[in-house]
Design a protein around this ligand. Structure first.
Ligand code: ADP
Ligand code: MG
Length: 625
């Protein structure tokens, strides 16, 4: 048999993961048990599913179970299942590499700071390798369902960068994981301790988990869990603690969920759903190919992980289970895509998820704030993606505002509307690279002097999002950096008269500036926005803003040129100085400087920074004589 023994190196990422886990997860070490029981349960689920088409796979042993056993003297702990098992090739591939997408990116994010990295690892999910938190040697004995006894496999590793595999005789179907516990982890080879942990991690699992009865070396096994899938039980019989454990089982998250919603739908269409809102974003939330979606069961038989057809993209952070009574057992991803039943369930589940969020926002605002911090920008995508639920999503927004001292997003649109000024008809907002930049923007000056509140937006999706919403409770949204401010009756008759007057009086100056700037701008106007700043650039209503331009540039696309209007503050000393400048070269120099600083305030950059700085320094030089 020994010629059978092969030694393999772990994939580099696995080696890194093992190193990190062993050093960073010390305070969470009992999670290894959750991962191993979870894998055993998955293995049984997979066999039950395969046996739908090939019943002979269950031959001789139709009842699927999990066993947990220990030997205090030898300091070993064993978790066994009689599920699908692994072939030699599968053991090499599945227990030697990490198949998750985005793994390389994940490793780039690690900092070397144990505290931070242990948080990150929790989001990544450690799986099988977590056995090495408590064991210095792990053996896996496995045989694939349907394969002969001679094709058993023994896999073993001491986490030293390598593992061995060997083909062996194995009578039992499925997999045994044997942990040789480290000295400091020998507490897990204790009956009482193990029993309480196994119960905790398996109560919601659909298979019986058996342990030996306490006492003399007895061979009597007894179940330690309820062995009923959690979602099939009545809501009133399930403790919050059990809901939390179940979440951690399906999401592989260390953190507790913020909220959940468990529902049974009866009638024409019958299904049970259990949806959770996580407290933390997974490491791959913004990766297109990240796994998302619900665990799908049909009549309690596990069908697939990550069934993404049941929720829209912008709710991709929701975790949970869906158990349908109507879908066929042989349903595939392709079938799910075409099925009109699925479409109807998706729309019902979307509403359920949004209601769950609304309830959290109302009843537990602090938890909702935590949710918003992690997932707010993702939920915002829904305003563009799902017009039919816009009215449900808008009240879920939390935004920063000029009327709040802190930069935290706290204000709801309802708050905003409730404190709108007498005569105010628009919901004003500004988009910038950061909240402090938005707050300091010159576009707000006039509104601030009138005491009008402006919402401050700085997420990457914000410009795109605002392109999809028109109004909230009948009040139109208005970007303060575009077009006319539409002040309505906020602007008194006297203000209007003064503006017309100013335009007339400064006609000549405006024309001179326009000529000096050439085709940089479409028009030069007297500003209604500014009080302290000499000038600002104003985009037309449908021009692309700075944020969309940056996004396009980052994806290698060129944005169409737009020509903004330059608004000047004619009361500002700089403009007055400009008016009295007779030398045309000096005038042009100063006008360009006024334009470029307006450009800087609008987009955070100027077309030619070097020239801008030289021009500024020439002027400063003159000032200093
Ligand atoms: P995950 O469960 O997220 O896929 P794990 O690291 O927990 O990741 O497990 C890796 C893979 O090893 C599993 O996907 C499965 O293919 C295989 N595996 C682990 N445990 C078992 C088991 N008890 N029976 C069969 N296959 C298993
Ligand atoms: Mg796993």
């Amino acid at each position: 048999m020994t010629e059978n023994v092969q030694t393999h190196g772990f994939q580099a990422e696995v080696r890194e993961l093992l190193r990190l886990m062993i050093h960073s997860l010390y305070s969470h070490r009992e999670i290894f048990l959750r991962e191993l029981i979870s894998n055993a349960s998955d293995a049984n689920d997979k066999l039950r599913f395969s046996a739908l088409a090939q019943p002979e796979l269950l031959a001789g042993e139709p009842d699927l179970k999990i066993w947990a056993d220990y030997d205090a003297d030898k300091k070993t702990l064993t978790i066994r299942d009689n599920g699908i098992g692994m072939t030699r090739e599968e053991a090499i591939a599945h227990l030697g590499t990490i198949a998750k997408s985005g793994t390389a990116d994940f490793f780039k994010k690690l900092t070397g700071d144990q505290q931070k990295d242990s948080q990150l690892i929790g989001q990544f999910g450690v799986g099988f390798y977590s056995a090495f938190i408590v064991a210095d040697e792990v053996e896996v004995h496995t045989r694939k369902a349907g394969e002969p006894v001679s094709s058993g496999v023994r896999w073993a590793s001491k986490a030293d960068g390598e593992f061995t595999v060997e083909t062996v005789e194995r009578a039992e179907r499925g997999t045994s994981i044997v942990l040789h516990l480290k000295d400091e982890a020998k507490e897990f080879a204790d009956g009482w301790r193990l029993r309480s942990l196994v119960r905790r991690y398996s109560d919601h699992i659909a298979f019986p988990v058996l342990m030996r009865k306490e006492g003399e070396a007895t061979l009597d096994w007894e179940p330690v869990n309820q062995a009923q899938a959690l979602w099939t039980r009545a809501r009133s019989d399930i403790k919050d603690e059990e809901y939390r454990e179940f979440y951690q089982h399906i999401a592989h998250d260390f953190a507790e969920p913020l909220a959940w919603s468990h529902n049974k739908v009866e009638g024409k269409r019958e299904y049970t759903s259990l949806l959770y809102i996580p407290a933390r974003a997974p490491f791959d939330l913004y990766q297109r190919d990240a796994s998302r979606g619900l665990k799908l069961y049909v009549r309690r038989v596990f069908i697939m992980d990550d069934a993404e057809q049941f929720l829209p993209m912008y709710l991709r952070f929701i975790r949970g289970v869906l158990d349908s009574n109507d879908l066929p057992l042989n349903v595939s991803r392709e079938l799910l895509q075409q099925d009109s039943e699925v479409e109807a369930m998706r729309s019902a589940l979307t509403k359920r998820a949004l209601d769950l969020l609304a309830r959290l926002a109302k009843d537990e605002p602090e938890k909702y704030a935590a949710f918003w911090k992690e997932f707010g920008p993702v939920l915002k995508e829904g305003l563009g993606e799902d017009p039919s639920n816009r009215d449900k999503i808008l009240p879920l927004l939390r935004l920063a505002s000029t009327h709040e001292e802190s930069d935290e997003p706290k204000v709801t649109l309802a708050d905003y509307v409730a404190r709108m000024k007498e005569g105010q008809e628009r919901i004003y907002y500004i988009i910038a690279d950061s909240i402090p930049a938005a707050r300091g923007s010159p576009y707000l000056e006039q509104l601030r002097s009138k005491g009008v509140e402006v919402l401050l937006l700085a997420d990457r999706v914000d410009e795109w999002m605002m392109g999809h919403v028109r109004e909230f409770e009948g009040k139109r949204f208005k970007d303060v950096a575009r077009g006319d401010l539409e002040l309505g009756s906020l602007e008194g008759e006297a203000d209007k008269a003064a503006a017309t007057e100013a335009a007339k009086e400064n006609e000549k100056l405006l024309k001179r500036i326009r000529d000096a700037l050439g085709d940089r701008v479409s028009e030069v106007k007297v500003s209604t926005r500014l009080t302290d700043t000499p000038a600002c650039l104003v985009l037309a209503e449908h021009d692309l803003g700075a944020q969309m331009r940056k996004i396009l540039a980052a994806t290698g696309q060129s944005a169409p040129e737009s020509k903004p209007v330059l608004e000047v503050n004619v009361g500002h000393p700089l403009l007055q100085r400009l008016e009295s400048t007779t030398d045309e070269d000096d005038f042009a120099e100063l006008a360009l400087l006024v334009h470029d600083q307006a450009k800087l305030a609008e987009s955070g950059s100027v077309a030619n920074p070097g020239e801008f700085v030289r021009r500024l320094n020439r002027l400063l030089g003159q000032l200093m004589g």
